[in-house]
Design a protein around this ligand. Sequence first.
Ligand code: NI
Length: 182
Amino acid sequence: MTVRMLHLLGSPVLRQQATPVRAVDDDVRRLVDDLFETMRAAKGVGLAANQIGVAKRVAVVDVGEEDPPPLVLINPLIVERSPDHETAEEGCLSIPDTFGDVERPSRVVVDALDRDGKPFRAEAVGYKARAIQHEIDHLDGILFLDHLSAVKRALLLSKWKKSRKGEKGYLKEVTPEPAGEL
Ligand code: NI
């Protein structure tokens, strides 16, 4: 297992539509393990393959003790969304120190393949449902910023650009982040 470099906002792979995994082989399992390793090193609660530069439909979610087990999501598809929505603050390991309130369905049902390539269905509510939706968004090239109002997004983007002044490229070594970023 390897802690991989994180791709930050501005890296084109974050805007790429990830391609479905054709077979869950050793390469895919290694990708899953690297995602977990990188997510944990960064103290995140979820990570999508785009975020480590791989445009494949693979993501992991682990919101910890309060809602186990951790999920491996290969070729995930949300098959049900609750009509009721919830608004809560989100961040993203690819956009450090940037947070915004995002409204999402409070409950989802997701179909996916696990680390062994076995299909499963999982239901999640609350924070875990939010994390699943955030990660699946990544696989479609969508960032939480896209869910904000134009005004809020512009504000966060200008702060982000200021904070990145003088930085070269869009890769970041993983260093401990505040807990709770997706
Ligand atoms: Ni994210």
